[in-house]
Design a protein around this ligand. Structure first.
Ligand SMILES: Nc1nc2c(ncn2[C@@H]2O[C@H](COP(=O)(O)OP(=O)(O)OP(=O)(O)O)[C@@H](O)[C@H]2O)c(=O)[nH]1
Ligand SMILES: [Mg+2]
Length: 390
């Protein structure tokens, strides 16, 4: 199953525009809050160098040596401060974040929407104010779920010896929390383990906050930089945000699809076809100026940073024929898998198929033809043949 990433943030910050840019799905986009109510799900891609170039092969899948590995993107409804108290659409729709392994927090860097997403004169709202609330709302959403039945559950932990990690993970299953997450977080927090029923509200919020950070790390995308002041952009970059223009990326991808330009997502520039109208040229030259400044539109960079930076994933290519780098039908480098850094060939085998994982014997590095032991750490770009008992 592809890894899921969610786009979240206040209403009207450009989440659906970002989503449209990366999935080319036709979704509703408008300059007012709560345009999106039901979450949009689509396929986006992380960009990487395809090994076929280096091997002097043609996989027929990549574009000019650029490989796009699919991930799932989720565009959720806008969230406002105090959504957990029922403001805006409330936070029930945060259930859509359940599968998300990371969040791209989209911020309107132009300051042309207030904290609740209503249009205001450009520059009149300080985007720095929009940063903190999202994490808080997600934390409060989780703590709200955890507190449901807590009285009863925590007493059971004490009286009937239920496993604490299992109980908490079970309660937060809908938020995508696993026992592993709970274990990691509990070892860091100094909560009285043996008496969960005396945990205060504050302690439950603290636990939820750590669980949120552990299970859904987040990066900031400072959107609408095409109309934002340099001052706002600088302020957000200082906070670690990646400057982006979702609108520019939509224009480029559509122009590329329509044949007006050649643009490979994530490239710092594009090539114009000779037959453009003056209006097209005018629009594109504005985008080009922005790309020069940012080194691109920032959109692909955001996805790549989330997948490779935040989530620490690498790309590996399982093959069946290590000499031809292909599957048994001769398709070259047919699959690209995103795996956690530190994964072993055996982990990869399990990802390919449970039976292959169970029957794992050894793996071969297709480049060197050397055997890889069960415990070898895979490297980014590895091409691996797995040998398993049939
Ligand atoms: N100038 C500029 N406008 C943008 C950009 N991205 C989005 N917008 C505009 O911002 C407004 C809101 O965009 P949406 O994508 O609908 O925002 P959203 O966050 O999905 O909004 P909700 O679904 O209401 O939460 C629209 O008018 C978009 O055209 C951008 O990069 N630059
Ligand atoms: Mg939307």
């Amino acid at each position: 199953m592809a890894i899921s990433i969610a786009l979240a943030g206040k209403p009207n910050c450009g989440k659906s525009t970002f989503f449209k840019a990366v999935t080319l799905a036709n979704v509703e986009i408008a300059n007012y809050p709560f345009t999106t109510i039901d979450a949009n799900h689509g396929v986006a891609y992380v960009r990487t160098a395809c090994p076929c170039r280096e091997l002097k092969l043609n996989c027929g899948i990549c574009r000019d040596g650029v490989r796009f590995v699919p991930i799932e993107m989720i565009d959720v409804a806008g969230l406002v401060p105090n959504a957990h108290l029922g403001r805006g659409l409330g936070n029930a729709f945060l259930d859509n974040l359940r599968q998300a392994k990371a969040i791209i927090h989209v911020i309107d860097a132009s300051g042309s929407t207030d904290i609740e997403g209503a249009p205001v004169p450009a520059g009149s709202h300080d985007p720095l104010e929009d940063i903190e609330f999202l994490e808080h709302e997600i934390t409060m959403w989780m703590s709200g779920i955890l507190k449901r039945n807590w009285e009863r559950l925590s007493r059971k932990v004490q009286a009937e010896g239920l496993k604490l990690e299992e109980t908490i993970a079970g309660q937060l299953e809908g938020a995508g929390i696993t026992e592993g997450h709970v274990k990691t977080v509990l070892t860091r927090l100094k909560l009285p383990r043996e008496k969960p029923h005396i945990w205060t509200d504050e302690q439950i919020i603290q636990l939820s906050d750590k669980l949120r950070a552990e299970s859904k790390p987040l990066i900031l995308a400072a959107n609408k930089v095409d109309v934002a002041s340099q001052e706002n952009i600088d302020k957000l970059v200082k906070k670690g945000a990646i400057p982006v223009s979702a609108a520019a990326e939509v224009a480029l991808r559509l122009a590329d699809k329509g044949g007006a330009i050649k643009y490979i997502p994530g490239d710092p520039d594009f090539i114009e076809s000779p037959s453009l109208s003056d209006a097209q040229k005018g629009g594109l030259s504005k985008i080009r100026a922005l790309m020069k400044k940012l080194g691109g539109t920032g959109i692909q960079k955001c996805i790549n940073e989330t997948v490779f930076g935040l989530l620490d994933l690498i790309v590996v290519y399982p093959v069946e024929d290590e000499n031809k780098y292909s599957d048994k039908n001769g398709r070259i480098l047919p699959d690209a898998f995103l795996v956690k850094k530190g994964s072993t060939p055996k982990d990869l085998a399990f990802m390919v198929h449970t039976d292959i994982g169970k029957g794992f014997l050894y793996a071969v590095d297709a480049r060197t033809k050397m055997r890889l032991g069960e415990k070898t750490e895979l490297k980014n770009g590895d091409i691996v043949k797995i040998v398993a008992v049939k």
